[in-house]
Design a protein around this ligand. Structure first.
Ligand SMILES: [Fe+2]
Length: 338
C-alpha cells in the first residue's frame, strides 16, 4: 500500500484552495465544478500530486491511502439515514470538494444513473431496509470481495473511499492481485472470455426505493442494467500482461463456468484471494483509492447503530478514459453513465 500523510503545510495550503472553491460553487457535483476540477487539482501540494501520479503510472501498488486531513466532528452533521436524491445539496461540501480534487489526479469521476440516484459522490452508511443485503448500505452481511461494477465494461479504473466516520473500526477488505499466486496455465484459462458477471444489487431498481424517485420514473434508468442481467455476455477475468494482470471478478454475482477447466481455475483463484484478503480500517479523514483493475475489495459485516453516528464513507468512481463510456453518456460533459 502507498501511504501519504499530509503535513501541516499541506493542510494549510489545501484549506486555502478549498475556501476559494467553496466560495464559488454550491456543490461538488455542479457541472461547472466538474469541468474545472482537474485544473483546480493542479494547485494541490506538489508532493501529493507527484505521489499520486506515481501510483497511477507505476502500478507497483494497488491501494493508496492519504491520511491526516482533519474532519471537524462538531461541524459534521449526523450520519444520513436514507439515500439523498440527485438534487439535494450536501452539507459536506468541504470534504466532497477535497475528495473529488484528489480523485481527479487519477482520472475523471463518473456515476451511474442506476446507482445512488445518479449521484457522482455516493454516501455509504447503513440503511435499515438494506441491512441484510449485499450492498454498501447494508451492514449485517459480509460484502464479498469484488471488482467495483465488474459487470460493466465502463467500470471505473479506481474506486475512492473517504472516511467521515468509522466509530467501531469496521474493516474494508482488500486484496491486490499481485498477492495471489497464479500458474501460467491458470492465467491463460482465466484470460479467456468464458465467465458471466451479472449486475450487482446496488444497480437494481428495488434499491432506488426511498430515494425520491417516483414509480415508473426509474424505468429508463435501469433498462440497460436489466438487459445485462437477462443477457450477460461472457468476459475474461484476467487481461493485460498476464505476468502482472488486470482483474475483473465478482464471485457473488457469477455462476460457475460451463468449461470444467475454467470452473476449476476460478475456484482456485477465489480460494487464493480468500486466503490473501487483508483488512484495512479507515479512520476519520482517510482518503483511500483502490486500483479497480489491480485489486478486489469488500467489507466486513458489522452491527449498525442507527444513532446518527454510524459508519459513513463517501465513495466515488474514477475512469482514466471518459471516452470509453461516451456512447452511454448524454453529452461529452455528462459524467453519468445510463
Ligand atoms: Fe465495492
Amino acid at each position: 500500500m502507498t501511504r501519504i500523510i499530509l503535513s501541516d503545510d499541506d493542510i494549510r495550503s489545501i484549506r486555502g484552495l478549498l475556501n476559494e472553491i467553496i466560495s464559488q460553487y454550491r456543490s461538488a457535483e455542479e457541472s461547472e465544478f466538474l469541468c474545472n476540477m482537474s485544473t483546480y487539482a493542479q494547485e494541490l501540494p506538489r508532493k501529493l500530486r507527484c505521489d499520486i501520479n506515481r501510483f497511477r503510472l507505476a502500478e507497483d501498488s494497488a491501494v493508496l491511502l492519504v491520511s491526516g486531513y482533519p474532519i471537524d466532528e462538531e461541524r459534521l452533521g449526523p450520519t444520513p439515514a436514507c439515500l439523498r436524491d440527485a438534487q439535494t445539496l450536501s452539507d459536506e461540501i468541504e470534504e466532497e470538494i477535497l475528495f473529488t480534487l484528489v480523485a481527479s489526479l487519477l482520472g475523471d469521476v463518473i456515476g451511474w444513473s442506476s446507482q445512488h440516484c445518479g449521484r457522482i459522490i455516493h454516501d455509504v452508511f447503513p440503511v435499515k431496509a438494506h441491512s441484510a443485503q449485499q450492498i454498501g448500505t447494508g451492514s449485517e452481511q459480509l460484502i464479498w470481495w469484488h471488482t467495483e461494477d465488474a459487470f460493466h465494461d465502463s467500470r471505473g479504473d479506481y474506486v475512492g473511499l473517504m472516511c467521515l466516520r468509522n466509530p467501531d473500526g469496521v474493516a474494508t477488505t482488500v486484496c491486490p492481485i499481485d498477492c495471489v499466486p497464479l500458474t501460467e496455465q491458470q492465467a491463460q484459462v482465466l484470460s479467456q472470455p468464458l465467465f458471466i458477471i451479472r449486475p450487482d444489487e446496488s444497480h437494481q431498481r428495488k434499491n432506488a426505493a426511498g430515494a425520491g424517485l417516483a414509480d415508473g420514473q426509474t424505468d429508463s434508468r435501469f433498462a440497460r442494467v436489466e438487459e445485462m442481467s437477462r443477457n450477460p455476455k461472457k468476459v475474461p477475468i484476467l487481461s493485460g500482461d498476464l505476468k502482472a494482470p488486470y482483474i475483473r471478478i465478482d464471485p457473488y454475482f457469477m455462476q460457475p463456468a460451463v468449461e470444467p477447466e475454467a470452473r476449476q481455475a476460478m475456484e482456485e483463484l477465489t480460494r487464493s484471494i480468500d486466503e490473501k484478503i487483508q483488512e484495512l480500517v479507515l479512520a476519520q479523514g482517510d482518503i483511500c483509492f483502490i486500483d479497480n483493475f489491480r485489486a478486489v475489495h469488500g467489507r466486513k459485516p458489522f452491527k449498525a447503530r442507527y444513532d446518527n453516528k454510524d459508519r459513513w464513507l463517501k465513495r466515488i468512481n474514477i475512469t482514466r478514459d471518459l471516452r470509453k463510456s461516451r456512447g452511454e453518456r448524454s453529452s461529452a460533459l455528462s459524467r453519468i453513465i445510463t
